[in-house]
Design a protein around this ligand. Structure first.
Ligand SMILES: Cc1cc2nc3c(=O)[nH]c(=O)nc-3n(C[C@H](O)[C@H](O)[C@H](O)COP(=O)(O)OP(=O)(O)OC[C@H]3O[C@@H](n4cnc5c(N)ncnc54)[C@H](O)[C@@H]3O)c2cc1C
Length: 534
């Protein structure tokens, strides 16, 4: 069963290994554990629904409302753990067809309710949290619309219900010999509609593309009618309407059908780990791989601190000591950086790609360790989010943030973001452990994904204040240094104050006009994406 107050399935536990605990204690101090609220305590706090009439597709059950009230950001985590949720949705609608979505939109209008489209609830930017206000809030969950509706094998286009989660998408496609190839780390719970609405990027975007490249068309139910977006391999017929929907974050309408470009399952897939002696050599290597367009399916480069942290948290200290010895003998010592890469395709092409990658990385001093570490990465790729529980139990809070910028600015922005976080709690005498990787690379630049670990304060309120200071410092640094406010997590409420820095006044006005066009009464997800609602 899915956890009501954290990530994933209740049956899966990932604990912080003893060695990892000692590593963190040395860097940020001994962990500090806050008490968790129980589900019973939270249920007792759920107020009566403000929806005055009933609808057969709308649940006002307290537990259903609790389970759809918050996403997965650190503030969401603190709300769920403390039991101080803030506002609960007044009801959760569970449509099964596009016609029912339309019916529910009309019903919401009659109730004078706010509507929040809800996919898997994995947002880490405050997208799906109801805000305080006079109007009742109806969360519209797509969790019953998960079917593969059509597979056009000639065109390799699949049509899905918007609520299909990663495993549901892949299981239905794999049964027919296909894959979507979209694997965000939240894959287990996030959905197709959510990926499109928040411009998601999967770990193998290098081969399959981001959701922007995979999204071929579909249908959107809006307060102004149904928007149909047909599929074309390419079109010069004016601006592309798909771009209106990508990143619309529920503000323009509810995506009721998604058409995606799919690929035949590959003959072979392999992942490798390489260690580069220094960050500068690693950076030169990954940039060269991207710009030579070596057909790899995934690339992830950890900076020296992330490499050290990953090895410490991996457990098995004896095996890691052996690995360190081997690497040192070959020139990768203190300051080394781990690069994981994958190849997916037919055997002959993969062999060529690996050969080309080896040549480029060896020129930068790369030490290859074979496929064992790569295999471990692939096995554990969706387990990392569970470690948040292990860290919390050990008394540490962890959060991540991400941006993207041109290669000429990657090093500068990365260092500034890390510094802003590292110094972010200096006024309280607290240390923050900060580390970064690059995992989506392009010819012209790269994403930058930073993780930070800090100690909770003595109360939930103080912990939230600590997070706010860190988040604000990092976002200001990003906005002021040519970074996008989000490469993959979207805008939501948390990043909305920084959006104007990259869209400009005219761009913001255009987006607001669009929201006004599709949703004249401004009922859909107010405050998300666009800060103000005027
Ligand atoms: C542990 C973890 C790891 C993550 N890793 C990644 C990653 O690797 N890459 C990545 O891109 N993101 C990642 N994310 C962020 C998140 O998973 C993505 O933003 C994802 O796309 C959200 O999908 P969802 O179905 O959960 O949407 P939700 O969180 O339910 O909603 C997100 C937004 O989309 C809107 N929405 C959802 N469905 C619809 C619909 N049918 N119609 C209209 N609007 C809709 C919502 O209103 C909301 O504004 C991660 C999050 C977590 C917690």
């Amino acid at each position: 069963m899915r956890r009501w107050n954290g990530w994933g399935d209740e049956a899966t536990q990932v604990e912080l290994p003893a060695h990892g605990g000692a590593f963190l204690a040395e860097r940020v101090g001994a962990g500090q554990r806050l008490a968790d609220a129980s589900l019973e305590q939270v249920l007792a706090r759920v107020p009566q629904s403000r929806l005055v009439t009933r609808h057969p597709l709308v649940s006002i059950d307290a537990e259903v409302r609790v389970r759809h009230a918050r996403g997965q950001s650190l503030p969401d985590w603190l709300a769920m753990r403390s039991g101080d949720f803030g506002v609960f949705p007044d009801g959760v609608a569970l449509p099964e067809t596009a016609a029912q979505i339309r019916e529910l939109l009309v019903w919401a209008q009659q109730q004078d309710a706010i509507v929040i489209p809800y996919g898997g609830g994995t947002s880490v930017a405050g997208h799906i949290n109801p805000a305080a206000g006079d109007k009742p809030v109806l969360t519209l969950s797509l969790e019953r619309m998960t079917q593969l509706l059509d597979l056009d094998e000639q065109s390799q286009i699949a049509t899905f219900g918007p609520g299909a989660s990663g495993p549901q998408v892949e299981a239905q496609l794999r049964a027919r010999g296909y894959t979507l190839g979209h694997f965000p780390q939240s894959w287990e719970l996030s959905t197709l509609g959510g990926w499109v609405a928040s411009r998601s990027s999967g770990q193998q975007s290098l081969r399959y593309g981001r959701i922007e490249q995979l999204f071929a068309g579909g249908k959107v139910e809006t307060f102004a009618g149904t928007l149909e977006i047909p599929t074309f391999p390419a079109s010069a017929a004016g601006p592309d309407l798909r771009e209106l929907i990508l990143g619309s974050e529920g503000r323009f309408g509810v995506i009721s059908e998604v058409r995606v470009r799919v690929t035949k399952l590959a003959e072979q897939e392999k992942f490798f780990a390489v260690f580069l002696p220094s960050w500068q050599q690693a950076l030169a290597g990954i940039r060269a791989l991207a710009q030579a367009r070596v057909p790899l399916s995934m690339l992830r480069l950890s900076n020296a601190i992330e490499t050290e942290t990953q090895l410490a948290l991996a457990g098995h200290p004896e095996q890691i000591a052996w690995l360190e010895k081997y690497l040192a003998l070959r020139g990768a010592r203190v300051g080394k950086c781990m690069l994981t890469f994958g190849v997916t395709g037919n055997r002959a092409q993969n062999a060529l790609s690996v050969k080309q990658a080896k040549r480029i990385l060896r020129a930068e001093g790369g030490v290859f360790t074979g496929t064992l570490l790569g295999k471990k990465w692939a096995e554990n790729r969706f387990r990392f989010p569970y470690l948040r529980h292990g860290l919390w139990e050990a008394g540490y809070a962890v959060d991540t943030l991400e941006t993207a910028t041109d290669w000429s600015n990657v090093d500068n922005l990365l260092n500034k973001v890390e510094a802003s976080l590292r110094q972010g709690l200096a006024d309280e005498g607290e240390q923050v452990h900060v580390f970064t990787h690059l995992s989506h690379v392009y010819g012209e630049g790269s994403s930058i994904y930073t993780t930070y670990v800090f100690r909770p304060g003595s109360s939930y309120e103080q912990t939230l204040v600590r997070w706010s200071k860190l988040k604000h410092a990092a976002c200001q640094t990003i906005a002021g240094n040519r970074g996008t406010i989000s490469h993959q997590h979207g805008v939501g409420r948390d990043h909305a104050p920084y959006l104007a820095a990259e869209k400009g006044e005219l761009g913001m006005a255009a987006l607001k006009a669009m929201a006004q066009h599709f949703d004249p009464e401004q009922r859909l997800a107010p405050g998300v994406l666009l800060k103000t609602h005027e």
